[in-house]
Design a protein around this ligand. Structure first.
Ligand SMILES: *[C@@H]1O[C@H](CO)[C@@H](O)[C@H](O)[C@H]1NC(C)=O
Ligand SMILES: *[C@@H]1O[C@H](CO)[C@@H](O)[C@H](O)[C@H]1NC(C)=O
Ligand SMILES: *[C@@H]1O[C@H](CO)[C@@H](O)[C@H](O)[C@H]1NC(C)=O
Ligand SMILES: *[C@@H]1O[C@H](CO)[C@@H](O)[C@H](O)[C@H]1NC(C)=O
Ligand SMILES: *[C@@H]1O[C@H](CO)[C@@H](O)[C@H](O)[C@H]1NC(C)=O
Ligand SMILES: *[C@@H]1O[C@H](CO)[C@@H](O)[C@H](O)[C@H]1NC(C)=O
Ligand SMILES: *[C@@H]1O[C@H](CO)[C@@H](O)[C@H](O)[C@H]1NC(C)=O
Length: 391
């Protein structure tokens, strides 16, 4: 399904020969980077949350029908019907799928992964830029915050370098610097902030969007600097999408009559739009400040708008962009579980559950990140970012 999803956008936005090569060659191709390190939230978590005892079902995808289209047809912890964006970008780079979740590995395996193959996925569903995002009131008590994810990576790199002799330590640094860091984070901070002010009980609370967003971007910059200090130089960053268009927020929009032209929650989409511009500015500044730091920023908002606008234009066939495939009610309010019926055709839905896109949609996003011509990915795409990284 991922490759069928791929087939349509590339005709429209990506250059054909570039794109077909890695997909056709699949896992037999030598990967374009020595390793990939993934950070962020449920759009890229491949099972870390399964290992968190206190994290409850709101922030776990280890139950059916999650994973129904994954090769094993069973749940893995991915918040999708099949592969997610981390897998799909990894596939375009020549890996079989995302590197494994940190918490599924033993200490020895963690170091091994760092040294030789593939990389590690540190992402945790529910987490955000703020250390408090995904806290007890949302996920029941435990997610791995972005600050902790970055700390987990930098500690691992330091441990590895300490174990090595001097010459090999230089080799280690080179490996990390040629690897791809992939980050998808920020949506949950926006959800929680937006939900707080949408709650009538908080109608009188004072609101300062600019200060809130500046706080998020300051945290973001600090994480990128820490990763760079540990040796990373190639950053693929995907911005939070139109969070106001998730079915969960469409419901809030209808109930509160704060609809934008897409039928989504205006206030939340406005935050996404502002944050995207600020992340762009932050990365531009860092790339000037930090020697050798390179980045590729994906505009997930532009991509989502493009799909919404061309949902039914052949060869696209998205019959539903507002209602999730899994979850009943107009907005999937019941949540996604084995108690609800799935939609008929999962690849024709934009949303899988109340918060997450289907595999078909995340495939489109990954393809754009990889080979977009400058429409939705700036200043270079991932393929250009990793040129010269070949092991
Ligand atoms: C990228 O491709 C699209 C679709 O073919 C085209 O409309 C657009 O002008 C191209 N943009 C650039 C910067 O080349
Ligand atoms: C998870 O915990 C939060 C906070 O206690 C609660 O609001 C939510 O309903 C819980 N979710 C599930 C599925 O148990
Ligand atoms: C990741 O970091 C957190 C916070 O510092 C720590 O509690 C946890 O043990 C670390 N996990 C791993 C696997 O290193
Ligand atoms: C908000 O402030 C108004 C005017 O001061 C007051 O009447 C109302 O009860 C307050 N609402 C809440 C939810 O605190
Ligand atoms: C957000 O809303 C403000 C105030 O209405 C407006 O000035 C700004 O242009 C909007 N920004 C985006 C990115 O939508
Ligand atoms: C980037 O640098 C410019 C110029 O110094 C500054 O105005 C802007 O606020 C910076 N952006 C961020 C997100 O810090
Ligand atoms: C399901 O949807 C996809 C894409 O929207 C379409 O190509 C396919 O023909 C549909 N399958 C069925 C059985 O309707």
């Amino acid at each position: 399904m991922a490759s069928r999803g791929g087939a349509f956008v590339l005709l429209v936005l990506c250059s054909l020969p570039v794109l077909l090569a890695p997909q056709a060659a699949g896992a037999t191709m030598k990967p374009l980077v020595p390793a990939m390190f993934v950070f962020g939230d449920s759009l890229v978590d491949v099972g870390n949350n399964n290992h968190l005892r206190k994290c409850n079902d709101s922030c776990k995808a280890n139950h059916r029908p999650y994973g129904v289209d994954y090769p094993s047809h069973s749940p893995t912890g991915r918040f999708s019907n099949g592969y997610n964006m981390a897998d799909q970008l990894a596939q375009l780079l020549g890996f079989a799928e995302s590197p494994p979740p940190l918490l599924s590995l033993t200490n020895a395996a963690r170091l091994g992964r760092l040294k030789s193959t593939c990389g590690i996925n540190f992402a945790s569903g529910g987490s955000g830029l703020l250390p408090t995002t995904g806290g007890a009131s949302v996920c029941g008590g435990e997610v791995v915050s972005m600050a902790e994810q970055v700390g987990n990576f930098t500690r691992l790199v330091r441990t590895w370098e300490r174990q090595k002799r001097r010459r090999q330590a230089a080799e280690a640094a080179r490996l990390v610097s040629r690897s791809l860091v992939f980050i998808s984070v920020g949506s949950n901070d926006l959800f929680e902030y937006s939900d707080f002010f949408a709650d009538p009980r908080n109608r009188n609370a004072s609101r300062n969007d600019a200060a809130f967003l500046q706080g998020l971007v300051a945290f973001y910059a600090a994480y990128v600097k820490d990763l760079y200090a540990a040796g990373a130089t190639k950053f693929s960053v995907v911005s939070p999408s139109l969070v106001g268009c998730c079915p969960s927020q469409r419901k809030v929009a209808r109930d509160s009559h704060d609809l934008d032209e897409l039928g989504c929650l205006r206030a939340a989409n406005n935050l996404s739009g502002q944050l995207y511009l600020m992340i762009g500015s932050m990365l531009r500044n860092l790339s000037q400040e930090l020697p050798g730091m390179k980045y590729s920023l994906g505009d997930a908002i532009g991509m989502a708008r493009w799909i919404f606008a061309h949902a039914r234009r052949p060869p696209n066939k998205f019959s539903s962009i507002g209602r999730p495939c899994c979850g009943s009610g107009d907005f999937g309010e019941t949540g996604c579980s084995s108690n609800v019926e799935l939609c008929q055709n999962r690849s024709s839905f934009f949303f899988w559950d109340r918060f997450h896109p289907t595999e078909a949609v995340s495939a489109l996003t990954s393809i754009q990140l990889f080979c977009d011509n400058g429409t939705f990915v700036h200043p270079i795409n991932v393929q250009q970012l990793v040129a010269s990284s070949r092991p």
